[in-house]
Design a protein around this ligand. Sequence first.
Ligand code: SF4
Length: 378
Amino acid sequence: MNPLGIYIHIPYCLHKCGYCDFNSHPENQEESEVYVPALLLEIEHYAQKLAPQTVPTVFFGGGTPTLLPPASLDKILGKVKQHFNLSADCEITIEANPATIKQETLEQIRSSGFNRISIGVQSFDLDELKLLERVHNEEEIHTTVDRARLAGFDNLSLDLMSGLPGQSPAIWQSHLQQALDKKPEHISAYGLTIEPTTSFFKLQERGLLTLPPEETHLEMFQTTIETLQSAGYEQYEISNFSRHGFECRHNLNYWDNGEYLGLGAGASSYLKGERFKNTNLPSRYIREVQAKGSAVESTEKLDLLHAMGETIMLGLRRLKGISIEDFENRFQISFKNVYGKVVDPLLNEGLITFNQNRMALSRKGLFIADSVILKFLA
Ligand code: SF4
C-alpha cells in the first residue's frame, strides 16, 4: 500500500495579496465556523472510503491556516489522527503568516502536534512588502520566528520571493542573509510570476508594474544557490533548500508523483492514477460537503502518456532527478523507447545528466528548467 500525504486547505486570509492566485478569500468568521465542521465531515467521508494507508505527512496550507483559532486547528488535526494511520514520525506542517500569530497560539498549535512551521516572509523590506500587499512588517517577521522557536518548533521554513519590481540582486542577497540570520532549517525561494487572475496582472497590462529583466532573474537565482549552499543548505529542488534531513517530506511526495488526499475548498487529490479537485468557493464547498460528504468538481484519469510526462515533469524539479529503474517499474515500459529522441538532444546540449541510472537537470539545465521539462510533455 502506497503512503498517503494529506493536505488540508484553509482558504481565508486577512487580505488578498496582489500577486496571489491561490484559492484564498477574505477572512469570514461566520463562514469559517461552518467551514471547520464541513472539513471534519469530509475527513470522515474519505476515511470510510479509503483503505487504511500510512500517512507520513500532513500539511495545513492556505490561505492562512493560522487565522483559525487553535482549538479549531486542534479539532481538524485530531480528526485526521482519529481516522488515519499517521506514522510515528509524521511530518505535520502548518503555514503561518507573520502578523496573524501570537505566542500563546503558537504554543497551542505546537502542543496539538504540529511539528513543522512554514512562515510566509517574502521580503524583509517594508516597501516591497507593501508592494506585495502583505500585511506584515519586518519586525513581525523576527517576532514570529522567535516566538515559533520559543514554542518549540525545531523544524522551521521561511518563504522568500525574488524578482520583485525594482529589486536588485544586491537587495535580494540582503534578504537571503537576513533569512539565514534566523537560522531556519528550510528556505523556499521562489521568483515572482504574474498569473492572469491577479491584480498584479492588471497592473502589468496597464504598464504599471515592471519586473526585472530575465538576466536579473537568472543572476538572482545564481545568487540564491551560491548564498544558501555556502551557508550549508542543500538545494534539493529548484526553489527549495534545506539543512541535511530537513527537506519538506510532504512536497517530496508531490515531486515523486506520490498519492495525496486534498481536503477543503479547492484542494486537489491524486489517488490510484486519478486526479480530482474540490470546488473553490468555500460557501459552495460547505453546502456540498454537508449534502454528500465531498465537494469534488472535476476528475481526471491520466492516460499513460500524461502520467509518464507528469512523473518526469515533477521528478526533474528535484536535484537528484528521477530513477529510470523506478520509472520503468512503475509504468512497465522502456524509458529509452519512449523518450530516447527527447533525451539525446538535451544530453548533447548539456541540459540533462545521467548518473547511476538517474536522469537529472544539469546546472545549465536548472536555469531553463521549464523549457527542458516541456520537451518531455510535447
Ligand atoms: S497570504 Fe498567501 S494565500 Fe493569502 S492572499 Fe497572500 S499570498 Fe495569497
